[in-house]
Unconditional design. Sequence first.
Length: 209
Amino acid sequence: MPKPFIIALIFAAFALLHSALAAGRAKDLAIRFAGAGLVKAFYRLSYVVISSAATLVSFYLVARLPDVVIWKPPVLVQAVMSLIQLAGLTLGMTAFSGMDFLEFVGIRQAIKYLRGIKEDLPGDQEGIRQRLIVRGLYGVIRHPLYAAGILIFSFVPVITRNWLTVSALADLYFIYGALIEERRLIKRFGQDYRDYMKRVPRFIPRIRK
């Protein structure tokens, strides 16, 4: 079986799990069986742990496949590509500065529940307080985290056959994730988010005079 096809199957399994857990139906089902309080306290953290484990397993399976180098650019080009990756990493880290990271990964919700705050936890089904961030980095591009992922995956200095497949699939999934997130935010914030979409580009900053 061709290696790109195997990688596509691995990635499809990961994407299916990741998307299914992020869907509203999965959260509704969890609420039905565990109750809204437990879901608000632990769903986000469970989602992050499961997604992280699935990511590690996927990378491990891909790493075990035989691979060949397609392109090894000159050292100077490799250095530039590494700098672009570093810029992507910086972009991603900066994006977290405008949010509560502990809440984003679900740790804060779990701690509050374990401390006895079991009623009236703030936020949505996952205990995340939804607010529309339109300033700072989010005033330049709408999806800095997805843009960071695209930069990191796309500019690996040495291009191999397997990584080229992973990179292409990951970039498509980041774009898909941005589109799905926009639908969710439009549903949540309505015209405010539509106006924000008109002002701020999705991934590539506008060059202003």
